[in-house]
Design a protein around this ligand. Structure first.
Ligand code: DAT
Ligand code: MG
Length: 138
């Protein structure tokens, strides 16, 4: 049996701008996972650089920071049975060209530079990201 987990989910600026928030939230709720917290914010560059520090040496890093600060995002804590892996499954592969039909990235995106949604990739990063975006008490 999978554990009850919490994961940090973020609908990226492209999806907010293109009015896809409702459809994405519908897909999350349909799984049976619970949206525990939800807020909107425009991220500052330092927060994005910290969040994507593992990619700091990549050639696309500056574009990634510019994209992620280009408009408001929707921040969420999503919880439930196996929430971390379940969210990664319904999100699909990082590159939307490789993401299966029926996944959020597969259905709503075509370009890896603007791939619609973020989800934590494991329990340690989930805990760090929940604290980063919702504070120490979340
Ligand atoms: P994921 O978002 O699936 O966890 P990641 O953590 O490796 O993937 O990368 C974070 C984000 O960085 C990703 O959602 C989009 C961007 N990115 C990753 N690889 C990229 C690439 N080859 N070209 C452009 N952007 C990329
Ligand atoms: Mg990642």
């Amino acid at each position: 049996m999978a554990d009850i987990e919490r994961t940090y989910i973020m609908i990226k600026p492209d999806a907010v701008r293109d009015r896809k928030v409702g459809e994405i939230i519908t897909r999350i709720e349909r799984t049976g996972l619970t949206i525990e917290r939800l807020d909107m914010a425009t991220l500052d560059a330092d927060t994005v650089r910290e969040h994507y520090a593992h990619l700091a040496d990549k050639p696309f890093f500056a574009d990634l920071v510019a994209f992620m600060t280009s408009g408001p995002v929707v921040k969420m804590i999503v919880s439930g049975l196996g929430a971390i892996g379940k969210m990664r499954t319904i999100m699909g592969a990082t590159n939307p060209l490789d993401a299966a039909p029926g996944t959020i990235r597969g259905d709503f995106a075509i370009d890896v530079n603007s791939n619609i949604i973020h989800g934590s990739d494991g329990p340690d990063t989930a805990a760090i990201e929940i604290r980063r975006f919702f504070g120490e008490d979340a």
